[in-house]
Design a protein around this ligand. Structure first.
Ligand code: CMP
Length: 141
């Protein structure tokens, strides 16, 4: 079915001027960008977004990184969006990601890996609602 997922172009990719290339790649892959926002996350926003990772040893580093400079958050729509976007992103660690994936092309380490994507349909709904008011993600027709 046609569904939606949440994408974040992370600080490393924004710093390297790769916003346009990543968005073009997503459109080429058949995604419609149905909501889009550039913002500098506060510590509270980043901690809340990554709350499930709070107990992980890398949590502090993750929050530092995600608040270091602006990000570009979008809602992507297409058939099978959640799983398709995960394939387009590639493995979390860019060194292990397949050729041609966003993390291979634009990421540099497991922390600074260029993009985030929702890991399930359930989390996609939660993550979209975390960053976008309902009025900004209404059906586009
Ligand atoms: P993301 O999909 O945004 O969700 C959690 C993030 O934690 C993940 O991408 C990685 O970038 C990050 N992460 C996972 N493992 C590590 C690690 N060992 N060190 C730093 N960051 C990590």
């Amino acid at each position: 079915p046609v569904e939606r997922t949440l994408s974040i172009i992370k600080p490393d990719a924004v710093e390297k001027n790769n916003i346009g290339k990543i968005l073009a790649h997503l459109e080429e892959a058949g995604f419609k960008i149905v909501a889009l926002r550039r913002t500098h996350l506060s510590r509270a926003e980043a901690e809340g977004f990554y709350a499930v990772h709070k107990a992980r040893p890398f949590f502090g580093e993750l929050v530092e990184f995600m608040t270091r400079s602006p990000v570009v958050i979008s809602v992507l729509e297409r058939e099978d969006a959640v799983d398709t976007y995960r394939k387009v992103m590639g493995a979390t660690d860019p060194a292990k990601a397949d050729a041609g994936t966003l993390r291979k092309l634009f990421g540099s380490s497991v922390g600074e890996n260029a993009v985030h994507g929702s890991d399930s349909r359930e989390n996609a709904k939660i993550e979209i609602a975390y960053y976008f008011p309902a009025s900004e993600v209404a059906p586009s027709v």
